[in-house]
Design a protein around this ligand. Structure first.
Ligand SMILES: [Zn+2]
Length: 239
C-alpha cells in the first residue's frame, strides 16, 4: 500500500462518476498532479469544501493505477479575499490557467509553484495591481525558458535603437533587425516591461496608466504565441 504526502494548489476539478471529483493540482514536487477525491459530492463529505480551485492544500494520497486517491486534506492557505472580488477572480483565473498549461505531470515545478503562490498571495493581500498579471506572465515565460529579450535586440544583441517587438523573434528588435511583422512600441514600454519582469510580485512599483495596458497586451500575446493557445481569463473560475 503506497501512501504518500504532498501539497499543491488546486488548479481545477470536475465531476467524475456518481459522487467523485477529479482534482488537478500543481505540486512543487510532482508538477501537475491528477487525483481523485471519492464521495466529495455527497452532502456528508468530510473534505469536499477544502478542494476548491485556488486552495493550497496538504494531502495524503493513496497511489492508484491511473489517478492517485486523496485520503486526507487540510488547508494550508485559502486566499479568501481573492474569491470576494470579480477583478481578483479574473486575475487569479489567468494565473491558474497559465500554470495549468505550463506544468507537466511528474516533473517537479518548484519555481512555477512558488510563482503561483506568490501571485495569489499578492492578490489576496493587496488586491489587483494593474501590472500584477503582466509581471506574473513575464516571470512564467522566464520559468519555461522563453523570457522575452527586453534589454537587448533579440536578433543581434544591440542595446540601442530598440524600437520594435516581435513575438516570433522572442523580444525587442533594433532598427536594423526589425522584421515586417514586428510591432512599433510606445516609448518606455520596453523599460516598463523589464522592470516588471524583475520586480517582486508583492512589491510592484506604482503603476503608470499610460503603460499598463500596452504592457499587459504585449506580455499576454507573447505568452499566447509561445504556448500556442489563447488565454481565456474571461472564463471565470468557479470559486
Ligand atoms: Zn538587432
Amino acid at each position: 500500500m503506497a501512501l504518500y504526502n504532498d501539497q499543491g494548489i488546486v488548479l481545477r476539478s470536475y465531476s467524475f462518476g456518481e459522487a467523485d471529483k477529479v482534482v488537478i493540482l500543481l505540486s512543487p514536487n510532482r508538477g501537475k498532479l491528477r487525483t481523485v477525491a471519492k464521495g466529495v459530492r455527497k452532502t456528508k463529505s468530510r473534505f469536499g469544501g477544502r478542494l476548491e480551485t485556488l486552495t493550497h492544500v496538504d494531502l495524503v494520497l493513496y497511489e492508484g493505477k491511473n489517478l492517485d486517491m486523496i485520503t486526507q486534506v487540510s488547508i494550508i492557505e485559502a486566499f479568501p479575499s481573492v474569491r470576494e472580488d470579480l477583478d481578483r477572480v479574473v486575475a487569479a483565473g489567468t494565473m491558474i490557467e497559465v500554470a495549468d498549461v505550463v506544468a507537466q505531470e511528474e516533473e517537479p515545478a518548484r519555481r512555477l509553484f512558488l510563482l503561483l503562490q506568490r501571485g495569489l498571495r499578492a492578490l489576496d493581500d493587496s488586491g489587483t495591481h494593474p501590472d500584477l498579471v503582466t509581471a506574473y506572465l513575464l516571470k512564467a515565460a522566464e520559468i519555461v525558458g522563453v523570457a522575452p529579450a527586453l534589454s537587448h535586440c533579440a536578433g543581434c544583441g544591440a542595446k540601442e535603437a530598440l524600437s520594435r517587438f516581435s513575438f516570433a523573434e522572442g523580444g525587442v528588435l533594433c532598427d536594423r533587425c526589425r522584421t515586417p511583422g514586428s510591432y512599433a512600441l510606445r516609448p518606455g514600454v520596453i523599460d516598463y516591461l523589464a522592470i516588471l519582469a524583475g520586480a517582486d510580485l508583492s512589491a510592484l512599483p506604482d503603476p503608470d496608466a499610460a503603460m499598463s495596458g500596452e504592457a499587459m497586451g504585449i506580455s499576454r500575446r507573447f505568452m499566447e504565441y509561445h504556448l500556442e493557445r489563447k488565454l481565456d481569463s474571461m472564463e471565470l473560475i468557479d470559486v
